[in-house]
Design a protein around this ligand. Structure first.
Ligand SMILES: Cc1cc2nc3c(=O)[nH]c(=O)nc-3n(C[C@H](O)[C@H](O)[C@H](O)COP(=O)(O)OP(=O)(O)OC[C@H]3O[C@@H](n4cnc5c(N)ncnc54)[C@H](O)[C@@H]3O)c2cc1C
Length: 273
């Protein structure tokens, strides 16, 4: 089966990598000339397998009004006349319960442990895949006792799901990371996770393309990819989108997989690819 992956960020490229490993013919297409030119270009580089608690949690709704008024807030919301946006908002508010938060944490942790196993397997099988991978652990410090207490409660819950983390008082945090000494009087404590890694996401993506069984990549202006039209093009006045599939010699239907950060729907024509 020939699968088209739309979007050459870390999600599209890893999807393509494992589809190839599974024996499928894969082509990754992107609107940019290079892979990982958007969100995957310069992220924080953390391979954070134990920090998965969802944003939608019981304490979030009371913080939202303050967040929405701050310029440096972690959350920005631009209301639009868009049914999908309001439906998402309603789902988000409904998910801000203790039960849902624990359920999501459990699901995310099992997904995260699976990712860690796959990453370790990949590091073992592709020794030339070089992306500044490092295992230095991660220390998250808390200034107030309220936030440190909340973090410790989460640690207890996550420990019951197989997470190995330790709660450190301020002195132990400074012993672990002497650069924090200037925060001595302004820190309640921290959570240290030894098994957390880091790496350069862009270099990882480029490495996946260049590795021995590398992922074939075409940018959008490549003649063979010119047929691709997405819903967003249609809204911007481009050619009306078509979505076709056809059978290959073995009778398998060729499929198009669309995945990117900005378009919730993407219908693409795979004719000619
Ligand atoms: C500031 C910041 C820090 C972060 N830090 C971390 C971190 O430390 N650790 C971590 O795990 N995650 C982190 N993340 C999140 C992480 O970077 C993203 O989850 C990840 O990069 C998303 O990858 P993606 O492949 O889904 O999207 P992208 O990397 O955005 O890839 C989507 C691709 O689709 C392409 N595309 C979109 N529309 C079309 C179209 N119509 N036609 C063709 N191509 C199209 C785009 O060009 C793009 O290349 C961070 C994010 C941000 C913003």
């Amino acid at each position: 089966m020939h699968t088209i992956v739309l979007g050459a960020g870390v999600v599209g490229l890893t999807t393509a990598w494992y589809l190839r490993a599974d024996g499928h013919q894969v082509t990754v297409i992107d609107r940019n000339d290079d892979v990982a030119s958007e969100t995957s270009f310069a992220n924080g580089g953390q391979l954070s397998y134990s920090y998965v608690a969802p944003l939608a949690g019981p304490g979030v709704l009371s913080k939202l009004p303050n967040w929405l008024l701050r310029r440096d807030s972690p959350v920005h919301y631009h209301p639009r006349v868009d049914l999908q946006q309001w439906r998402w908002l309603l789902q988000f508010v409904r998910a801000c319960t203790h039960r849902q938060s624990e359920e999501s944490t459990r699901s995310l942790l099992s997904l995260s442990f699976l990712s860690r196993d796959l990453m370790n397997e990949l590091l073992g099988s592709e020794p030339d895949l070089s992306f500044d991978h490092a295992n230095a652990g991660k220390l998250v410090v808390h200034r107030t006792s309220a936030s440190f207490d909340a973090a410790r409660r989460l640690l207890d819950y996550q420990r019951s799901l197989g997470c190995e983390q330790e709660a450190l008082d301020a002195a132990a945090c400074i012993a672990k990371e002497p650069a924090l000494a200037h925060l001595a009087g302004d820190m309640s404590g921290g959570i240290f996770t030894e098994s957390e890694d880091s790496g350069d996401c862009y270099r990882f993506c480029v490495g996946l393309m260049q590795a021995g069984r590398g992922v074939p990549f075409r940018h959008r202006r490549h003649p063979a990819a010119a047929q691709v039209r997405t819903e967003s093009d249609r809204f911007r006045g481009g050619r009306r989108s078509r979505c076709r599939s056809r059978r290959d010699r073995n009778g398998n239907v060729q499929r198009a997989t669309a995945r990117n950060a900005w378009n919730s729907r993407a219908a693409i024509s795979i004719e000619g690819i």
